[in-house]
Design a protein around this ligand. Structure first.
Ligand code: ZN
Ligand code: ZN
Length: 143
């Protein structure tokens, strides 16, 4: 299977989304499936873990002024400056941007693939859904 086929769930489908107040909207094509990330960054930014889908930069069109904040030397988070909705995560090392699944209007067609960064998850909850778990990243080919 070609790499593109793994990333593109349905290359023809355009997903739309927005922040809570509607000041930031986006269109995204060829989204990856959804992963739950339990890393330290996600935990502190949201209070729990995040659900996010990846999109190649060229396939993402954002309207509105996203408030990009540096959260590490290599990554930044994107929020709505008006309502604070956390919508995007961007790392300089990746050719994709993560879109938080909660901001996508209709996630029909996207599946949850599993959990990443479980080594950093909070001790106050257990993962019980039976999906694959990875201490850091899944091995190449399963994303
Ligand atoms: Zn907003
Ligand atoms: Zn994370």
């Amino acid at each position: 299977m070609a790499v593109e086929a793994e990333v593109a769930v349905d290359a023809g489908k355009t997903y739309t989304g927005k922040c809570l107040c509607g000041a930031i909207t986006f269109e995204a094509k060829a989204l990856s499936d959804i992963w739950y990330c339990h890393c330290n960054q996600c935990r502190h930014l949201t209070g729990l873990y995040i659900a996010a889908a990846g999109v190649k930069r060229d396939n993402l069109r954002i309207k509105g002024e996203v408030n990009w904040l540096p959260i590490s030397e290599r990554s930044k988070s994107g929020q709505c400056p008006d309502c604070g909705s956390y919508m995007f995560w961007d790392s300089h090392g990746f050719d994709t941007i993560s879109i938080l699944a909660g901001s996508i209007d209709d996630t029909t067609g996207l599946e949850v693939k599993g959990h990443i960064y479980t080594s950093e998850k909070g001790a106050f909850y257990e993962i019980t859904d039976g999906l694959p778990q990875y201490e850091l990243y899944p091995p190449t080919g399963t994303r």
